[in-house]
Design a binder for this molecule. Structure first.
Ligand code: SF4
Length: 92
């Protein structure tokens, strides 16, 4: 006897086509509205690798630019690429 295949009922997935992205973007909207533009670009696949790294570090380190600049997790694979690093002063 063949058992009918059940399909999952899914709700509409919204702007980004992914429930997890929708949930995360809602959090960004509520708590870090200044980062909405960055996350929208990332989730639409329109962000540069640099912008994706920035979004990742912001999530990782509590949305604090200073915390990212002072991040001590040197074993992190993207540590050397993290944003907000102090620029070396050029010697004259
Ligand atoms: S560099 Fe630091 S802030 Fe960025 S992802 Fe790695 S651990 Fe997190």
């Amino acid at each position: 006897m063949n058992t009918p295949i059940k399909t999952l009922q899914t709700e509409p997935v919204g702007e980004f086509g992914d429930h997890r992205r929708e949930r995360r973007f809602k959090q960004v909207t509520e708590h870090y509205p200044s980062r909405m533009g960055l996350f929208r670009k990332v989730y639409h696949g329109q962000a540069s690798p640099r912008q994706c790294i920035k979004a990742f570090c912001l999530e990782c380190n509590g949305w604090e630019e200073a915390a990212i600049r002072d991040c001590t997790a040197t074993a992190c694979p993207i540590w050397g690429l993290r944003p907000y690093q102090a620029q070396e002063k050029e010697e004259v």
